[in-house]
Design a protein around this ligand. Structure first.
Ligand code: DPP
Ligand code: ZN
Length: 874
């Protein structure tokens, strides 16, 4: 396949200041008439041909300045259009008519049908499946769109920008026109047509401009969009307050569709969402769903400035909009909820998903310089690590200079297709700082690792912190350049207070600027031996190897003023206990856990000065995947599972009485609210429910909770305990069928039921998943269905997916192959589940390798999938 390289970038020969599109919608034969105003970028240059991208298009007609082109004047294939005879004028108008088949489009890129409605997805390269175009992000155009369709099937006709004329066409057809005054790249184009319900609201911007808001959903689901609407209004306000970003059109529309490859899409003025991230009510959505809806509504809205007003010059710059917008949505959620809890959750996600990516065969820089298939670069590295890099810029600059840099960036590049260099330069100029070494974070892949050692000299009153950097994954150590790593820290006294000291060079307030492969920092004026708290708030996305003993960690867990590091200390204690237990399990020794760890869990649960959501996170041991990553090699998922469940059972038994009390004390009286306070209490109670059930050794308590639960959060939590801890109990069967019965006509909710069953530990789950694939609610064509069942099975069920007999891999390969026939993006996304195959123990490793090799060798394997498989095997 073709390899795309950053160094090959060059601007297009032509500009397209205006694009007019007419859609005559039909399920099988939609006609698209595109009229492009083309302008030579350099009228003096001798450009004699024009090449536009296409993908699977049927060309019906083509003309320039109103005159049909002769057959020898152009060449049209399914994937490109070359016009060989061009007018010599500096500008001309090109009209292209193409025919497309939305009904047959199951790749869900371009124009397709979902539940009978028409919708589009154009990022990254879907617009070329609609018409021939410069389908690249640096060609910005003003779009005018006219949609014609059956009035009965498609009363709603939407596109980007502001609404224009609409009316009847006779014959049961009607039309609507839309105009988007903001020049945009083709990937932000959108069209929706169909029969949809709607909720409406409005927002007045800071400068007094009224905006009509609407969310379109399937009829009958309107009420379930109210929370999303509320989140949208809060997002609009927040972006004004925190970043000074105001909305810029008369309308803002959101449409929820049920077949969607991504979470959502930020098309200008017309966001299209996976319905999973719009629909919510007490009975059908969990607290986690609500939080995700809030985050993603915010994310897509925030793209209006960081992504749409300022877009990317090329796809290598994807993190320019994604990393920054993730950072913005994280800040939004932190402001709406609990900042400390949000940060812990972010770090858990980063470690569970981004670290293994960066440390394995799919590792790539935040700003990659080569790709084969851009769809495969919508990764946790681009998004989450990209966000961490922006966060580090803020840490280095401080709030004020950071905001000044953002202001400069937004002002300087409004209307541009920009680069990472432009972004960094804005901060350099605003803060009068040199960020060239820092910029390495964009270019050097692998998870940085910082090893520290400390020494205290009582007589001199000095505390020496020695730091050394290396990395897991990425370039070899001898070719790595030192990163500038901002480490927020504190030196604590025995009473938990922050000690005063004289700081060495390279320490700026609470930030150590660690910028060499190895360096010592000597702090003076310390009368007592300080207790170090470092990388507070996870100020740098690194693996930290410290020299802290158990007493040190227990101290931080109890006294650190930084909530994140309190959690981190607890997490590290649990991780050490688990690693030790995995070792015991492998040698056949009995598993035991330090009593002080067990009692610590009780103390945390009982500590009312900590918010319940924090306690819930602190009481949750590192996941099986985290433990596997931490161990790093020769992984036996069964041993990991055994260690983790034994720890949980021990914690439950050791603290049953205390847990029972806290469980009762955190009951919620009064009506349901999806807010931080209530969801925190529910998460604490549900973590305790699991512990108590393990201590009970039976399903009674969870069954009781499932029957009494008035909301989906509690119901799902109880059902998970039943299914995961007592899969064969009658109570589990009863509750699973009750759930199935209650939601049999709501596949989106039934996804949760699928997911719970797909994650039941043990190799018998392979057969269960096979059976569920025949369930009437399952469909290989719907990404949400496939991800709920197969995605969950392969990415969140270590023991079943990695069954020693290879049956999990066999199932996986079948499904990925099947998905690849219709939806390569979905297949490629599923396939990353095997990226860490090299760290498995030898028997599983060989089976995994074989599975990958067979899939890669299959004739007809898509570019998307073979790109992932080849890199994984390389
Ligand atoms: N829709 C995806 C996102 O917002 C890609 N832009 O991240
Ligand atoms: Zn995004």
């Amino acid at each position: 396949g073709t390899v795309f390289r950053l160094q090959d970038y060059r601007p297009s020969d032509f500009l397209i200041p205006e694009t007019r599109l007419i859609f005559r919608l039909d399920p099988r034969e939609t006609l698209v008439t595109a009229t492009l105003s083309l302008e030579r970028r350099d009228p003096a240059a001798d450009v004699t041909a024009l090449k536009l991208a296409g993908d699977g298009l049927v060309l019906k007609s083509i003309s320039i300045d109103g005159k049909a082109l002769a057959a020898d004047a152009y060449e049209a294939t399914a994937d490109c259009l070359i016009i060989k005879q061009l007018p010599s004028s500096s500008s001309f108008s090109l009209t292209i008519e193409t025919e497309i088949d939305p009904e047959e489009n199951k790749a869900l890129m371009g124009l397709y049908r979902s539940s009978g409605n028409y919708c589009t997805q154009c990022e990254a390269e879907g617009f070329r499946r609609i018409t021939y175009f410069y389908d690249r992000p640096d060609v910005l155009s003003i779009y005018s769109v006219r949609i014609e369709a059956d009035r009965a099937n498609c009363p709603v006709l939407l596109s980007n920008g502001n609404p224009g004329a609409s009316g009847d066409l006779g014959d049961g057809r009607h039309f609507a026109e839309w105009h988007d005054p903001h020049p945009k790249p083709s990937y932000l184009f959108a069209l929706v047509a169909g029969d949809l319900g709607v909720i409406r609201d409005h927002f007045t911007t800071a400068s007094g401009k009224p905006v009509d808001l609407a969310i379109y959903v399937e009829h009958g689901k309107e009420e379930r969009a109210l929370y999303a609407m509320d989140a949208l209004k809060r997002s609009m306000k927040w972006d004004e307050d925190v970043f000074g970003c105001e909305y810029d059109l008369d309308v803002f529309n959101i449409v929820a569709v049920s077949d969607f490859n991504m979470g959502a899409m930020e098309n200008k003025g017309l966001n299209v969402f996976n319905d999973k991230y719009v629909l919510a009510d007490e009975k059908t959505a969990t607290d986690v769903d609500y939080a995700l809806i809030e985050a993603i509504i915010g994310h897509e809205y925030f793209h209006n400035w960081t992504g749409n007003r300022i877009t990317c010059r090329d796809w290598f710059q994807l993190c320019l909009k994604e990393g920054l917008t993730v950072f913005r949505d994280h800040e939004f959620s932190a402001d709406q909820r609990s900042r400390a809890v949000k940060r812990i959750a972010e770090v858990r996600t980063l470690r569970t998903h981004q670290f293994p990516e960066d440390q394995g065969p799919l590792s790539h820089p935040v700003r990659p310089d080569v790709y084969k298939e851009i769809n495969n670069f919508y990764t946790t590295t681009i998004y989450e690590k990209g966000s961490e890099v922006v966060r580090m810029i803020r840490t280095l600059l401080g709030e004020q200079a950071f905001r000044a840099g953002m202001d400069l960036y937004l002002k300087r590049h409004d209307g541009d297709a920009a680069t990472i260099e432009d972004f960094v330069k804005s901060f350099e100029d605003a803060a009068k700082l040199d960020l060239s070494q820092f910029s390495l974070w964009y270019h050097q892949n692998g998870t940085p690792k910082v090893t520290l050692s400390t020494a205290y000299d009582q007589t001199a009153g000095t505390f020496t912190l020695h730091l050394k950097q290396s990395a897991i994954g990425g370039p070899a150590l001898n070719t790595r350049k030192p990163l500038l790593i901002p480490l927020v820290f504190g030196l604590l006294g025995r009473d938990g207070s922050e000690l005063a000291y004289t700081a060495p060079q390279g320490v700026d307030g609470s930030v150590i600027r660690f910028d060499a492969m190895e360096k010592s920092f000597v702090f003076e004026g310390l009368k007592e031996k300080p207790i170090l708290s470092i990388n507070r708030g996870f100020s740098a996305p690194i693996v930290l190897k410290d020299d802290f003993d158990v007493a040190h960690r227990l101290f931080l867990a109890a006294h650190d003023s930084d909530a994140f590091n309190r959690w981190e200390a607890i997490n590290a204690l649990l991780m050490d206990a688990l690693k030790n237990a995995v070792g015991q399990e492998k040698t056949g020794a009995a598993l035991d856990f330090p009593p002080q760890i067990l009692s610590l869990m009780g103390k945390i649960a009982e500590n009312d000065s900590l918010e319940p959501a924090f306690r819930a996170l602190a009481l949750t041991p590192p996941s099986e995947a985290d433990l596997a990553r931490e161990i790093g090699e020769n992984i036996d998922p069964d041993a990991i599972y055994a260690a983790r469940i034994a720890l949980q059972a021990s914690i439950g038994k050791a603290n049953a009485a205390a847990f029972e009390k806290i469980y009762a004390a955190n009951a919620i009286n009064g009506p349901f609210a999806p807010d931080a306070e209530q969801s925190g209490k529910r998460s604490l109670r549900n973590v305790l429910l699991d512990y108590l059930s393990l201590a009970d050794g039976g399903p009674g308590r969870a069954h009781q909770s499932a029957m009494q639960s008035g909301n989906m959060t509690d119901r799902i939590a109880a059902l998970s305990v039943l299914a995961h801890r007592f899969p064969d109990a009658d109570e589990t069967r009863t509750e699973l069928s009750r759930f199935e019965h209650d939601f049999r006509s709501d596949p989106l909710v039934l996804d949760k039921w699928m997911q719970i069953q797909a994650t039941i530990p043990g190799e018998q789950t392979v057969a269960r998943v096979r059976a569920l694939m025949n369930h009437p609610a399952f469909s290989m064509l719907n990404p949400n269905r496939v991800r709920a069942l197969i995605g969950a099975f392969s990415s969140a069920n270590q023991t079943a997916f990695h069954s020693a007999d290879g049956s999990g891999y066999t199932l996986f390969a079948e499904v990925v192959t099947k998905a690849d026939e219709r939806n390569p993006q979905l297949a490629a996304r599923l396939a990353i589940a095997l990226r860490s195959w090299r760290s498995l123990e030898p028997v599983r490793r060989e089976k995994a390798r074989e599975t990958l090799a067979v899939m890669a060798a299959r004739e007809g394997c898509s570019i998307d999938l073979s790109d992932i498989l080849e890199r994984t095997l390389a």
